[in-house]
Design a protein around this ligand. Structure first.
Ligand SMILES: [Zn+2]
Ligand SMILES: [Zn+2]
Length: 253
């Protein structure tokens, strides 16, 4: 896998979004729709206008995101990052190579939580974040539906990671692939974790689709991305979260 130009990054990020979001949409919103619609977190379905807005702004986000690795990795700025060419010093036989993944998710989760809360500040909300919240009943295509100003904020994780820790192309590729899958899952509209997961020892600390769906529905509380510890530490986890999770997973046809 080689990305040597801006158009390579554009294609990579674009394909990642469209393939993963479209597959989720095809399975949940088309093929299995009839059989599973009673379990949809919000029973109604997004309108065509919602899909159009989500896809249009996601395309703008893809353009913005593609500029970031172009500038950081394909210009002399690269020498100031910690990016290394695989195998380099940390190949797949080193502990660091594998340890880098959980570190990246913890850093991203922290960056996301605090910038997300900042963008909910009344002075910033309209300009940065209102667009994402127009999806009060999000579909998988909402994953990248950001106002360009928010897209720039979200892109900030890329330089942060590259400046603070040694990373190679496989770190970036796998990290952003899993990030996309989890992002699409967060906006899926259905909960895929099993009943009781929210109360389990691991589920208490892991973000779910019900959790982020509540954030879109009510605008308040549940600001997390992958984990729930920041929401729990700062008391921003919605008090009706457990009840909502239980309700969605207990529905009968
Ligand atoms: Zn928000
Ligand atoms: Zn969202």
């Amino acid at each position: 896998m080689h990305a040597n130009s801006w158009s390579d990054f554009l294609l990579l990020i674009g394909l990642r979004y469209f393939i993963i979001a479209s597959m989720a949409w095809l399975f949940w919103y088309v093929i299995f729709k009839k059989r599973i619609s009673f379990r949809k977190i919000q029973l109604k379905f997004p309108s065509n206008k919602d899909y159009q807005r989500e896809i249009l702004f996601s395309i703008a986000t893809i353009f913005i995101f593609s500029l970031v690795p172009t500038v950081l990795l394909l210009t002399p700025i690269r020498q100031y990052t910690q990016f290394y060419t695989y195998p380099g010093i940390y190949n797949a036989h080193t502990l660091y190579f594998w340890l880098a993944f959980p570190i990246m998710y913890v850093v991203h989760d922290t960056y996301f939580y605090f910038t997300h809360r900042l963008m909910h500040h009344p002075k910033l909300f309209k300009a940065f974040h209102l667009l994402h919240h127009k999806s009060t009943n999000p579909s998988p295509f909402a994953a990248f539906a950001f106002h360009p100003l928010e897209a720039i904020v979200e892109a900030g994780i890329f330089p942060i990671l590259l400046f603070i820790m040694p990373l190679c192309k496989w770190h970036l590729f796998a990290f952003f692939l899993v990030q996309m899958v989890y992002n699409v899952y967060g906006h899926l509209g259905w909960e895929v974790y099993p009943k009781g997961f929210n109360k389990s020892w691991i589920g208490r600390w892991v973000n779910t689709s019900v959790n982020h769906n509540q954030h879109h529905h009510y605008f308040k509380g549940n600001y997390s991305l992958y984990f729930l510890w920041w929401d729990r530490i700062f008391g921003t986890l919605r008090t009706d979260y457990d009840q909502a999770f239980q309700e969605v997973k207990s529905r009968k046809k």
